[in-house]
Design a protein around this ligand. Structure first.
Ligand code: GLP
Length: 260
């Protein structure tokens, strides 16, 4: 995988927004998989700024969700559906018709998961999937020991992830225990995976994902199996990488026209 070390989160957001803009100029109706959490916000802000300035026409882009809480009403402000509509779909000037996500309130949860996997395939597959990373190395909501071949399904959150996400709710008791997440196998089908990690709190998870063995214990290490995976990290999140200097030199030598 390619590892790009940037000075800070804003620079990471700008770099990834540039790659998404380049994709949309090649393929205006690209299917963009988006992630929630705090980390990708600089990407969405940089993309929205490009749209506002007229530099980017995202009007034909399609957006799809990575994961969702089970049992939160769809219009709950912290459902991932509401979050993606608020943070991505609306700022890009898109409507709900451009947006796909799994139904976290379906009576038949596994049926809804299977339907979402089918819908992604029928939409032509995800062109670029943006990912964050949990402090335990999870991607989407694929917690440690998720099958590396998993499909979209229901998962139970670890206490650590519920604590990490409690800041978005009134307290930890309000954080759902169950979620739907694209499986690791589903995520690996996207044509380009771009993982953004910022801050020292992610340094250990990044090092284990990038330089450790591929292991279900560290779900993000599955990116090592993908032919086009890019990991963008700020200096703090890169601080545990043994090969940081090599990654810097490799990226510095890369022709600018190649993009991510
Ligand atoms: C949640 C999301 C992940 C995200 C992670 C990290 O668990 N399901 O997609 O990567 O949070 O969030 P943050 O970027 O806020 O650290």
């Amino acid at each position: 995988m390619e590892v790009v070390i940037v000075p800070d989160a804003k620079a990471g957001g700008a770099l990834i927004a540039e790659a998404i803009a380049a994709l949309l100029s090649r393929k205006p109706d690209a299917l963009l998989g988006v992630a929630t959490g705090s980390t990708p916000l600089p990407v969405y802000e940089a993309l929205a700024a490009r749209v506002r300035s007229g530099a980017l026409d995202a009007s034909r882009a399609r957006i799809c969700q990575l994961d969702e809480y089970v049992g939160l009403p769809a219009d709950h402000p912290e459902s991932y559906r509401s979050t993606v509509l608020r943070q991505v779909v609306e700022p890009l000037g898109l409507t709900e018709s451009s947006f796909m996500g799994p139904d976290g309130n379906a009576e038949d949860v596994q049926g809804a998961c299977d339907a979402y996997d089918r819908a992604l395939a029928e939409a032509g597959g995800v062109d670029l999937q943006l990912l964050g990373i949990g402090t335990d190395g999870h991607i989407g909501f694929n917690e440690p020991c998720s099958s590396l071949a998993s499909r979209t399904r229901i998962k139970t959150l670890t206490e650590q992830t519920r604590q990490d996400n409690a800041r978005f709710f009134a307290g930890i008791d309000e954080v759902p225990h169950h979620v739907i997440t694209q499986g690791i196998g589903t995520i690996l089908e996207a044509r380009h995976l771009v993982l953004l990690a910022t801050g020292a709190g992610k340094a250990e998870a990044v090092a284990r994902s990038v330089e450790g063995p591929v292991s279900a214990l560290v779900p993000a290490s599955a990116l090592q199996l993908h032919p086009h995976a890019t990991v963008v990290v700020d200096e703090a999140a890169a601080s545990r990488l043994k090969l940081a200097d090599y990654f810097r030199a490799t990226y510095a030598a890369k022709p600018a026209w190649q993009g991510l």
